[in-house]
Ligand binder design. Structure first.
Ligand SMILES: Nc1nc2c(ncn2[C@@H]2O[C@H](COP(=O)(O)OP(=O)(O)OP(=O)(O)O)[C@@H](O)[C@H]2O)c(=O)[nH]1
Length: 298
């Protein structure tokens, strides 16, 4: 028999060991007991799993390995069993001292006397998820400063505004703009201008708590979202930032960079456009009354 023919007649049992994932049969009894009655395949994740334990009782180990994803896996099993629809979900497997694996699972349910049996496969999608995360970060990040961009800002602000409206908690935003930046660029050059934008981004981020988001709206305009902060509190924070920036050397000497800052506190029910516009109007108020100042009014 030729080598080609040998390769074609390889049995399914041999093939399964070389799969880049696993095929399985998983049973859940009505009393909640779960086990894998079959689990074979290749791939990095399977090598680290305690298959003997999973064959006897999978519940504890699954809960331990999937952590915060465990409830959503259980909910997906529940839906699949109740409606007899294919199980299709993804989850993270976490092992001590190793990076987590992302696994996609796809299986067909069959009702049995004592519960439900799923037959299907699990595939390691860690590389794909890492790529998705890289692309998402790229979509959400301003390339010059590394700060969240307008898209990310709007998503965060939408979430914070809804929390503020639901819990009646304060939410403020700070709109900041470098004064006479055109003159700065003209005098020191565009590259030095870029350097100022990068350093100001870092400086501003370091000045706030991690739940406050500093984003670049575009040009020399930045926004800081301040959850659980009233207008009065935001005035104090803005003044502190303004003073620290004015006394900082961004590479061309102290006092070369100053900020005008506009502030607004969210009013439940108003649109985000209106909220941002009020902060913008306040910023124009600060520009119109001399710059290097903080304003809450147009
Ligand atoms: N270096 C650099 N400059 C930028 C960037 N984005 C916008 N600018 C410059 O920022 C300047 C903004 O100018 P203006 O809108 O006239 O505002 P301004 O000169 O700061 O004046 P006021 O805001 O009224 O104090 C323009 O010269 C833009 O070219 C950037 O990414 N890098």
């Amino acid at each position: 028999m030729s080598a080609d023919k040998d390769a074609m007649t390889t049995s399914a049992n041999d093939l399964v060991l070389d799969l880049p994932g696993v095929i399985f049969q998983f049973h859940r009894r009505q009393d909640g007991h779960m086990h894998f009655s079959y689990l074979e395949g290749g791939g990095r994740a399977l090598a680290t799993l305690d298959r003997r334990q999973l064959a006897i009782d999978a519940g504890g180990l699954l809960e331990q390995l999937t952590g915060e994803h465990y409830p959503s896996i259980m909910a997906a099993l529940e839906r699949s069993e109740r409606w007899q629809i294919p199980l299709a979900t993804r989850f993270r497997l976490t092992f001590p001292d190793a990076s987590p694996y992302w696994i996609a699972i796809s299986a067909k349910p069959t009702l049995t006397d004592g519960g439900c049996l799923w037959r299907g496969m699990m595939v390691d999608i860690s590389d794909q998820v890492a790529e998705e995360q890289r692309l998402r970060k790229l979509c959400d990040t301003d390339p010059l400063t590394g700060l969240p961009n307008r898209r990310k800002l709007m998503m965060y602000l939408t979430h914070q505004a809804s929390l503020s409206a639901r819990h009646a908690t304060p939410l403020a935003i700070m709109m900041l703009d470098i004064d006479h930046f055109k003159q700065f660029n003209d005098r020191w050059g565009h590259l030095q201008g870029d350097q100022v934008l990068r350093r100001l981004a870092k400086h501003t981020q370091r000045s706030f708590r991690c739940e406050d988001m500093v984003a670049r709206l575009g040009g020399e305009e930045f926004v800081v979202v301040l959850p659980l902060t009233t207008l009065d509190q935001s005035v104090a924070l803005a003044d502190r930032l303004r003073h620290s920036v004015a006394s900082c050397d961004f590479g061309t000497g102290q006092g070369e960079v100053t900020l005008s800052i506009g502030l607004a506190e969210y009013r439940a029910g108003e649109t985000l456009e209106r909220f941002i516009d009020r902060a913008d109007q306040a910023l124009y108020g600060a520009k119109g009354t001399g710059r290097d100042r903080v304003s809450t009014t147009p």
